[in-house]
Design a protein around this ligand. Structure first.
Ligand SMILES: NC(=O)c1ccc[n+]([C@@H]2O[C@H](COP(=O)([O-])OP(=O)(O)OC[C@H]3O[C@@H](n4cnc5c(N)ncnc54)[C@H](O)[C@@H]3O)[C@@H](O)[C@H]2O)c1
Ligand SMILES: [Zn+2]
Length: 344
């Protein structure tokens, strides 16, 4: 097992890669934890045997709302939760985001940790201390920064994940490599088949590398004033594509990375060969690397992006593979990129 500690203003968080759910008790106080999970994970895994109260939420983004938070508060009240309680979110990114938000706000803050059960949660959502819910159709509009005490990344959970969910995690891993680690990018190119076969060694290497990259960026910029924006690579268009077309987040981010890569070439920061390497890697990992349909709808969604400031937007560009920069880009230039990429 590899242990990794992130220290930030809002606390420190231990990431335990390769640790097993069975060892959860090592990381929580003696009291029985309150477990928050979703109905799929509860159905697949014997969480009741851990020996605490289990609160189960529904699956899907539509459940990542203040209504669900209120239901959790009500259940916490009904089981007479006091400030000595410890909350453990066991699930994917939605369970982690919801658990972090509910635990951080109930009684002005309960202690909490995560067992991340999707590849995306292990490499991304559970690391960094961002918690929150969607509001009025906008993703992650309401929330706060608060670190989980620990994150267990148990590789056993990945065996029951549908392939589509594996793709979502892989897209974020490619993102991490593209923005910060050229060697990891090469490793991905050389081991695509092992990775798709979920070879345990390969996956643990990727989880560790991703956690390292994300945590080092996050610990330098916890509240997203600067460097953390790099983690949004592929996400400006990605979020818009996700919203407009309803494809899975990872697929949308993959297409968003292709568009951001095209914008990087246009600005002279990335060579055509490097752009092709990115597209080639996405293809080998069975991620979409082509164009998007319905550019106007996607563009409208970009315009509404919450990170927009005036006529410009903070946009992450690749400055070579393994290196990224944030630049203010005029909305009009993005529009051009979108149309040019679609027609190429
Ligand atoms: N806080 C952050 O920094 C951050 C970063 C990235 C993403 N996110 C959030 O994470 C969410 C997406 O996370 P996700 O992709 O893990 O989605 P998810 O939580 O919806 O999980 C995906 C699906 O897999 C199921 N599942 C979970 N574990 C399983 C397992 N071991 N076996 C079989 N099925 C399993 C879930 O029930 C769900 O149906 C989004 O809401 C996103 O906004 C947050
Ligand atoms: Zn993402």
């Amino acid at each position: 097992m590899k242990t990794f500690t992130i220290n930030t203003d809002s606390g420190s968080s231990r990431i335990l890669i390769g640790e097993r759910l069975e060892n959860l008790q090592r990381y929580i106080p003696e009291t029985r934890p309150i477990i928050i999970t979703d109905s799929n994970v509860r159905h697949l895994y014997p969480l009741d045997s851990i020996g605490g109260n289990v609160i189960t939420i529904g699956t899907g983004e539509a459940n990542k709302t203040l209504d669900t938070i209120q239901e959790i508060y009500a259940q916490l009240l009904s089981i007479q939760t006091d400030r000595s309680a410890f909350v453990v979110g066991i699930g994917g990114g939605i369970v982690c985001d919801i658990t972090g938000f509910a635990a951080s706000t109930f009684l002005r803050g309960l202690r909490f940790g995560f067992v991340a059960t999707t590849l995306l949660a292990q490499v991304d959502a559970s690391v960094g201390g961002k918690n929150g819910v969607n509001f009025n159709g906008y993703k992650n509009m309401v929330g706060l920064f608060h670190q989980p005490e620990f994150v267990i990344c148990d590789p056993e959970f990945l065996k029951t994940l549908p392939p589509k969910e594996i793709c979502c995690g892989l897209a974020e891993i490619v993102k991490h490599a593209a923005i910060a680690d050229a060697d990891l990018f090469t490793y991905l190119e050389q081991h695509a088949e092992d990775i798709l076969a979920l070879d345990r060694q390969a996956i643990e290497k990727l989880v560790l590398a991703s956690v390292r990259i994300k945590s080092s960026i996050v610990s330098r910029d916890e509240t997203e004033k600067g460097e953390r924006r790099l983690l949004n690579f592929g996400h400006t268009f990605g979020h818009a594509i996700e919203k407009a077309s309803g494809v899975a987040h990872g697929e949308a981010v993959s297409m968003g990375m292709v568009l951001a890569s095209a914008a990087s070439v246009k600005r002279g920061l990335l060579s055509v060969q490097e752009d092709q390497r990115l597209r080639g890697l996405l293809k080998r990992l069975k991620l979409p690397n082509g164009s998007v349909s319905n550019p106007q709808i996607i563009f409208n969604a970009v315009e509404k992006d919450k990170k927009r400031a005036g006529d410009c937007i903070h946009f992450v560009l690749l400055n070579g593979i393994g290196n990224a920069v944030v630049e203010q880009i005029a909305i009009e230039e993005l529009k051009e990129t979108l149309y040019v990429a679609i027609n190429s």
